[in-house]
Design a protein around this ligand. Structure first.
Ligand code: AMP
Ligand code: GLY
Length: 416
């Protein structure tokens, strides 16, 4: 089988490495890929980013499975393009991708089907939103409706901050048309969890839970990033929390998808906040998480291609996954300055000295040398019999990797 993966992150590198473990996979194309996917035997990078051209490529090259990685392509309708060419695709059609692509749509869906979430109000013009901010409780959260690369969520401690945030979103259009509508919602305290799951149109099958660390600074300080590190399973999730999640979020989501006719084979990633009042859904993503995927796949014993095939054939109700015992720790090494501006083209050394899996994200291969090319540069991923041993193994290799101005958090999987 030939597979086409789209994207260029550590997530795609990890997916490709796992898929290549299956002997039936003859070739993987990664569009556009990165310096890590370029170096995997059996994988070839192709410089295509237009969704129609990707579908044409798939049709012309006998692709048997398409795996779109990133949300922007899904929201633009990449799955529909592949389906027009009769290429099996893991991912939602354009209508369902709105559950990630429009936060207003997602909140209305959650409310309609009684899915536990923060109290909220949607606004599509600035004056009523400004009026609402005068009377609401603080802190409050403002969210751009559309995609904003994880940066469109603004947590405001008081009225002044909220006024500034509202102007940024709806007047200065910091995130363009993504801020034409906004969600204003209740601030929730608690611990976060990511639950990736597979969905075949009838069944949602959750994978092991994960804990992302979203902020750039240690102790969850500073601006939000795409994710600076993950541990799996999430230490805050036990059987009781999973049962609450199933009852208050998973099952009503399944019912809503059915009632709204939103059937597709793909991934549903639940972004959760857990506190003493229960388990809340912050958001849906309709794709694998990055860096959650790197840690969760590292613990998955089952074959990934078979899991995807069971999803495409509607057999998740009888699919049983097996997991390695223990924990995984994934640390993201980033370019100094990220999530703001940063330098590129810096050589990376020390990878061959590592024992952990190293997944490449923002780095390109030039004359056999890896050079940084993005904010999140690479992921160090290690398993252990428990979280502590996974962390120790992971940080041992983080210390072996060197590039100028590299930054990483030393507290991934730490005490909070
Ligand atoms: P989202 O893209 O909706 O997951 O939001 C990005 C991040 O903002 C989340 O991972 C949380 O850290 C934070 N966040 C979003 N909504 C809330 C909320 N209602 N209360 C507290 N934090 C939130
Ligand atoms: N790590 C969070 C995300 O993939 O959206």
């Amino acid at each position: 089988m030939k597979i086409l993966v789209t994207g260029s992150g550590g997530r795609e590198h990890a997916l490709i490495k796992k898929l290549l473990q299956n002997d039936r996979v003859s070739k993987i194309y990664c569009a556009p890929g990165n310096g890590g996917t370029a170096g995997e035997a059996g994988c070839e990078n192709i410089p295509i980013t237009d969704i129609q051209e990707l579908a044409d490529f798939a049709g012309e090259n006998g692709i048997g499975l398409a795996l779109p990685g990133s949300e922007d392509m899904l929201v633009s309708g990449i799955a529909d393009k592949f389906l027009e060419k009769k290429i099996p695709v893991l991912g939602p059609h354009k209508a369902a991708a709105l559950l990630e692509g429009s936060k207003c749509f997602a909140k209305e869906f959650m409310q309609k089907y009684s899915i536990k979430t923060a109290a909220y109000k949607n606004f599509n013009s600035i004056d009523p939103a400004a009026h609402y901010l005068e009377g609401c409780d603080y802190p409050v959260v403002l969210k751009a409706d559309g995609l904003a690369a994880g940066k469109g969520v603004l947590i405001c401690q008081d009225k002044d901050e909220a006024r500034l945030a509202l102007n940024l979103l709806m007047k200065e259009k910091e995130f363009g048309t993504a801020g034409d509508s906004i969600v204003i919602e209740e601030f929730l305290e608690g611990v976060e969890a990511s639950i990736l799951s597979f969905y075949d149109g009838k069944t949602i099958l959750p994978l092991l839970s994960a804990k992302d660390h979203k902020k750039i600074g240690e102790g969850e300080t500073g601006p939000n990033t795409g994710g600076m590190g993950v541990v799996a399973p999430n230490p805050h999730i036990n059987e009781a929390v999973m049962n609450t999640f199933r009852k208050d979020i998973l099952l009503p989501t399944l019912k809503g998808l059915k009632m709204e006719g939103l059937q597709f084979p793909g991934v549903i990633f639940f972004g959760l906040m857990i506190n003493e009042r229960g388990v809340y859904l912050l958001e849906y993503n309709l794709r694998m998480g990055d860096p959650e995927t790197q840690a969760v796949l590292s613990l998955l014993d089952s074959d990934l291609l078979e899991l995807i095939e069971n999803t495409l054939s509607g057999n998740l109700d009888t699919t049983e996954l097996t997991w390695k015992v223990g924990s995984c720790c994934c640390v993201v090494m980033a370019s100094g300055g990220y999530p703001g501006p940063y330098e590129k083209g810096i050589p990376i050394e020390g990878i061959t000295d590592c024992q952990s899996d190293i997944f490449i994200a923002g780095a390109a291969l030039k004359d056999s040398v890896l050079l940084t090319s993005g904010g999140r540069v690479l992921n160090v991923v290690a398993n252990g019999t428990n979280l502590q041993s996974a962390r120790t193994a992971c940080y041992r290799d983080v210390a072996r990797i060197r590039f100028r101005n590299s930054v990483y958090r030393r507290d991934i999987g730490g005490s909070f």
